[in-house]
Design a protein around this ligand. Structure first.
Ligand code: NAP
Length: 333
């Protein structure tokens, strides 16, 4: 029997529920539409939004859903009007932005091939791996937006709640190495204190030993990545901005901040990634193999990840060579 060369492997679910609803199966190879590129995924990263979306209908979805927002990979085809990247370019990005109908893509990044608007991705810096690149987009776009939304100014002191997670590890680095914070203090549990210091925190508060009330210093800026502003607000000065990236914020003074999905923000980070000022942090339990996606979600869902949970390598689709179809369903160039 002739093998269908236009299918690929992807993780998907057809009902809301725990990680056990995830299945690995065959999916049609997508065709890039106007302004889109087709990317062969080399690494993906998981984010809490991926399992929250699977657990319940926060963003009503047409099933089946292939989860995953973050990826790094290689451009293998371009749709009409897509001119920014060439075939063979190594790119990375968060591919999940709401479309005009307020929906996310059904085909996320836990697939061998994905399509994405070229405006959402950027060229991968040559000095970082696919795994490192895949770990960055959603978390760094979130981390940046919190500082922008609440008007962070260089020279301010910052208190970061949750310094060891996917977002927190980047918030610390941005504050200390890019945005000129005069002091960076972050919270973490005992086994992660030294790790969080190594990211650039001047001090680390072990939250298993010290309550917010015991911290006498008051800060110019409070950045809460775990949704604890109802308690953490006490470390902020009376007029200090308080950022909460979880919805709904648990303290009335807190400003909710949500990410902006775009390739441009990643492009602007290039010099800092190339110089090593900003580092991708991959959780040491990973990268998880493509076949171990359920295990990777199980780990992320414990809430104890150290940096980002990454999935790599992805199975290659060769041999045989796959056939690309154009928008009319005919074999493409
Ligand atoms: N608004 C947005 O646009 C946006 C975007 C991305 C994420 N989010 C949300 O932001 C939250 C964080 O995302 P993430 O990707 O950083 O999650 P994550 O990587 O799963 O965070 C895990 C980290 O949280 C730390 N943590 C848990 N409880 C803590 C506590 N009580 N005090 C201090 N640290 C604690 C853990 O450190 P320990 O083991 O040391 O406790 C662990 O390192 C999630 O709720 C996510 O949905 C929102």
């Amino acid at each position: 029997m002739k093998k269908n060369m236009n299918t690929q492997k992807a993780w998907f679910y057809e009902e809301y529920g725990p990680k056990e609803v995830l299945k690995l199966g065959d999916f049609p190879l997508p065709t890039p539409a106007h302004n889109q590129i087709l990317v062969q995924v080399r690494a993906a990263a998981l984010n809490p939004i991926d399992f929250k979306r699977r657990q319940r209908a926060i963003f009503p979805s047409d099933f089946p859903v292939v989860p995953g927002c973050d990826m790094a990979g290689v451009v293998v085809a371009r749709g009409d009007g897509a001119t920014k990247f060439g075939i063979g370019d190594e790119v990375y990005g968060n591919i999940q932005d709401f479309n005009a109908e307020g929906k996310l893509k059904q085909l996320g990044t836990l697939a061998q091939f994905i399509v994405v608007e070229e405006s959402l991705v950027a060229l991968k810096p040559k000095n970082i791996s696919f795994e490192e690149a895949a770990s960055l987009p959603l978390a760094i776009q979130t981390a940046i937006e919190g500082f922008v939304t609440a008007g962070f100014k260089g020279g301010q002191t910052v208190f970061i709640v949750g310094g060891a997670g996917g977002v927190g590890t980047l918030v610390i680095q941005l504050a200390k190495h890019l945005y000129g914070a005069s002091e960076v203090v972050a919270t973490a549990s005992t086994p992660k204190v030294e790790f969080v210091k190594s990211l650039g925190a001047d001090k680390v508060v072990d939250y298993t030993k010290t309550n917010y009330e015991e911290i006498t210093e008051k800060f110019d800026f409070l950045y809460d990545t775990i949704g604890d502003t109802k308690n953490s607000h006490v470390v902020a000065k009376a007029d200090a901005p308080i950022v909460d990236i979880t919805w709904p914020p648990s303290h009335p003074r807190a400003v909710y901040s949500s990410l902006t999905v775009c390739g441009e923000s990643l492009e602007k980070l290039r010099p800092y990634l190339e110089s090593g000022k900003l580092k991708a942090i991959i959780d040491p339990t990973g990268p998880y193999k493509f076949t171990a996606v359920v295990e990777a979600f199980g780990y992320l869902e414990t809430g104890r990840a150290r940096g980002k949970v990454v999935v790599s390598p992805f199975p290659s689709l060769q041999p045989p060579p796959f056939v690309l179809l154009d928008n009319k369903g005919n074999p493409g160039p």
